[in-house]
Design a protein. Structure first.
Lengths: 515, 159
């Protein structure tokens, strides 16, 4: 009895020593990812990685296929998530107090300013990456069957990203924030431009309703701040995360990254021989859950031209994550996030500028609030959503500018896109617009005839010409998308760098009149 | 399934609509109705019955030195008050375009945000403002002037 008691104690001691190793083994059941088998279980045995497939197509791993843009967006979002939670330790969403807490974050809290800088830069990187990611998906025609729905999810993610960024803009409660939100809220009210002209505002006031719901009051105050805060830290992140989950899941379900039909020819044999895996290609793979109708991804197909996701895909992803972090840290070190004077409802910031990605729209808003703030954005947004359902062609899927027209069409579209937008801007800046020529012109005329709508009409006409010339919807879509991208760039640059006090044109900020 | 006259419907004949389908549809319908009604209920919440905006009615004493064509902007208000031979009137200095505060100058008003210009009676001469600046309700009592920023009056109303 005495003896066995001692051996039990020894066993406990032994178990205690072995515990750390056993914790590791129960957490990570497969061994080191050195064989095909352990590499596979490395992926599907891990909750966070199992959204990936076990093997990844070589085409998807090529840098030029995706440029990692989707992952950069995700990485930037994760960075804003972490830094945003840290900022919430100190930020207080109440007017004036909010500004003081921003000052605390800037000057008192250890690393506070740095964390805020990272948050701001990551948010900007995210907006840029999301726009470029959309452009990549468009120019490689990856939105086509069976990926139409995922394009729509991305379409929602774009709007959510912009909304997240814009709601964050109010929170510092400085002059920049206050006047940008005042303008934003009045843009929400701008359908009144139409209802006023028709004389029906008293019965049907969508604009007024939108503004009140956004602000919770008649003016930008405590109610508005708490609403924007709630949207920024709770509602929109939840929406974004949900959409992201569907977006990623659909990539798998839609068969991975889009690739050209003749992808095997394009890759050739050399890479297949350098990784001797699955040399005995299985005749069949079976759906594990149940026998179901329809195709399972790999039935009757060996996993040709694919590489184990561990390490090939994951190391690449890790690289992109680190690259994004590096960019955000570097920018945060170089440039401080602005914090102007405390919000003053009596003295507008001059010029009062929205976040940079809305300055192109602000250019058009400086002619008509409704057209620039609601009309054209809604039109562009609907057009983007329709792309995969209008372009049902097959040619060129998965290739940069595949399909009719190709790179020469792209070059011509760049020329038209930049030419028309620069031309119309120069014209309006030099000669003015309707109201300068005919002071009594009704606003409704300007709502429908302004540089924004004229530019849209030119682009639309060009796109129709391209559809006829190449006899292809895809060609027309390439023309239109490229043109709008050019217009966005030109208007944004003009709004950002060439507009000074009173929204007048100045070549450089040093020409601005002093106050 | 309709039964022919004179022939007894058999309980083995398929029903026109299987009972389970009917019950399933009814359950689905009531669930949808519940969701829709509760959504409507929740949608009422974001628009408060009483808004928290501060009072926009205030009283000022105009300085005796105030000449015609000269704007008097009471401190902390977005209103320009004028006095001429016909009486006192007040024009809101909130731009009808996107709500920036316009600055009175010798010719009228000028908006810093998108460059709208207005004549001294508030009508638009330049820029994106869709309509004239609002004239506000004024009640004068000697040198005391009461102004309500929430109440609009037709342009040209002087007291």
């Amino acid at each position: 009895m005495d003896k066995s008691g001692r051996s039990a104690l020894r066993e406990i001691w032994g178990n205690l020593l072995a515990a750390p190793g056993r914790v590791y083994k129960t957490a990570f059941r497969s061994g080191r990812p050195t064989t095909d088998r352990t590499r596979s279980s490395f992926v599907f045995g891990n909750l966070f990685l199992h959204l990936h497939s076990v093997r990844t197509h070589i085409w998807s791993l090529k840098w030029s296929t995706t440029m990692g843009l989707g992952l950069i967006s995700t990485a930037a979002f994760l960075i804003t998530l972490v830094t945003g939670i840290l900022l919430m330790f100190y930020y207080k969403p109440y007017p004036d107090v909010a500004y003081q807490s921003m000052k605390d974050i800037h000057f008192v809290v250890p690393t506070g300013r740095f964390i805020r800088n990272i948050h701001r830069w990551a948010a900007n990187v995210m907006v840029v990456a999301v726009i470029l990611h959309m452009a990549r998906t468009f120019f490689t025609a990856s939105y086509r069957k069976p990926r139409e729905f995922n394009w729509l999810i991305g379409w929602g993610l774009l709007v959510t990203t912009l909304a997240l960024s814009f709601t964050g803009y109010l929170l510092p409660w400085d002059q920049l924030a206050y006047w940008a939100i005042t303008i934003g809220a009045n843009i929400a009210q701008s359908p009144r431009e139409i209802t006023d002209a028709l004389g029906i505002t008293a019965y049907f006031d969508v604009g007024g309703l939108q503004r009140v719901i956004l602000l919770g009051s008649d003016e930008v105050g405590a109610e508005a701040l708490i609403r924007f805060y709630l949207l920024h830290v709770m509602i929109l992140p939840l929406v974004l995360v949900s959409l992201m989950a569907v977006h990623f899941w659909r990539i798998r379900k839609d068969g991975g990254i889009a690739r050209p039909e003749n992808v095997d020819e394009l890759i050739g044999d050399k890479e297949r021989t350098s990784y001797p895996v699955f040399t005995d290609q299985p005749e069949k793979t079976y759906h594990l859950a149940a026998i179901v109708k329809g195709k399972t991804p790999a039935v009757g197909n060996g996993p040709e031209n694919s590489l184990p996701s561990m390490p090939h895909l994951f190391y690449a992803e890790l690289g992109v994550l680190m690259f994004t972090t590096l960019i955000c840290l570097a920018l945060a070190l170089i440039s401080d996030a602005p914090l102007k004077e405390i919000a003053n409802p009596l003295v507008p910031e001059n010029p009062a500028k929205a976040p940079w990605y809305f300055l192109g729209l602000q250019e058009i808003v400086s002619f008509s609030a409704f057209t620039g703030g609601i009309g054209i954005p809604a039109l562009v947004w609907l057009g983007l959503g329709l792309i995969p359902f209008l372009d049902r062609e097959k040619e060129g899927t998965g290739k940069w500018l595949g399909g009719p027209g190709g790179w020469s069409l792209f070059a011509w579209s760049l020329l038209v896109g930049f030419g028309a937008s620069i031309g119309i801007e120069a014209f309006a800046i030099y000669f003015g617009w309707l109201r300068e020529w005919f002071p009594d012109v009704p606003q409704l005329a300007i709502t429908f005839i302004n540089p924004g709508t004229v530019l849209t009409a030119i682009y639309a006409a060009y796109s129709i010409y391209i559809v006829r010339r190449y006899d292809s919807t895809r060609a027309g879509a390439v023309g239109l998308f490229t043109c709008f991208l050019c217009g966005f760039i030109v208007l944004t640059v003009v709004g950002t760098y060439f507009r000074g006090p009173n929204w007048e044109f100045y070549w450089t900020p040093s020409d601005w009149p002093g106050h | 399934m309709t039964t022919k006259p004179g022939k007894q419907a058999s309980r083995f004949d398929p029903e026109p609509m299987p009972r389970r389908d009917f019950l399933g549809l009814a359950a689905l319908g009531s669930a949808a109705a519940a969701v829709i009604f509760s959504l409507f209920g929740m949608l009422r919440l974001p628009k408060a019955a009483v808004l928290t905006s501060p009072s926009k009615k205030f009283t000022v004493t105009l300085p005796d030195s105030l000449g015609p064509e000269e704007a008097y902007v009471p401190e902390g208000r977005s209103v320009a008050v004028y006095r001429d031979a016909e009486g006192v009137f007040a024009i809101s200095t909130i731009c009808t375009h996107l709500g920036c505060v316009v600055n009175p100058n010798s010719e009228g008003f000028e908006c810093p945000c998108h460059g709208s210009r207005f004549k001294s009676d508030g009508t638009v001469t330049k820029g994106p403002a869709p309509k004239a600046l609002l004239w506000l309700k004024v009640s004068a009592d000697g040198t005391q002037v009461q102004i309500d920023e929430n109440e609009e009056v037709p342009a040209g109303t002087k007291v």
